[in-house]
Design a protein around this ligand. Structure first.
Ligand SMILES: [Zn+2]
Length: 170
């Protein structure tokens, strides 16, 4: 690895991570999700710090394994994946690109978790209006708090009658 500067290795690592999908929403990479907090690389060693999404999401360990595999495949010999729990991940960390991909995928992207950052009170039980990802109507109803995974809620659009999943803001 002589002659390869650390920044290049970091860029290689980020590029590899961009190809690691979220197992629950495969159109999103772990970077789109915003869960990659830090990447440090030196020689053929790399350390990645991840913040898990929803606690209790079984995807967390799956993601760590996929990240490890992707970095090994990218040529790193020594891969360390660690988790950082604070500050907790919020759906605000999903990138603009990630939100666009969610909408294209037919999942209503999460709205901002907090309108202004000053005094944040997270009201998990309150269900704000969620626009239908198919027709854009705001006339939607929540059918179930949990969709195919604990991270998504099941909604139905009253305008086009289609059910859809909403990535819950957190
Ligand atoms: Zn609709």
């Amino acid at each position: 690895m002589s002659g390869v500067v650390a920044d290049d290795r970091v860029a290689v690592a980020w590029a590899a991570l961009a190809a690691v999908p979220d197992p629950e929403v495969p159109v999103l990479s772990v970077i789109d999700l915003g869960i990659v907090r830090e990447v440090a690389a030196q020689g053929d060693s790399v350390e990645v710090v991840l913040t898990p999404t929803y606690s209790g999401c079984p995807a967390t360990e799956v993601i760590a394994g996929s990240v490890r595999d992707a970095l090994l495949a990218a040529g790193f010999g020594d891969v360390r994946v660690t988790h950082r729990l604070a500050p907790p991940w919020t759906t605000d960390w999903i990138s603009a690109e990630g939100r666009r991909k969610l909408a294209d995928y037919g999942i209503a992207p999460p709205g901002p978790a907090a309108a202004d950052g000053a005094q944040v009170v997270r009201l998990h039980r309150r269900a704000p209006a969620v626009a239908c990802p198919r027709c854009g109507s705001a006339d939607t109803e929540r059918l179930a708090a949990f969709g195919s995974t604990a991270c998504k809620a099941l909604y139905r659009c009253r305008a086009c009658r289609e059910p859809f999943e909403h990535f819950k803001p957190l």
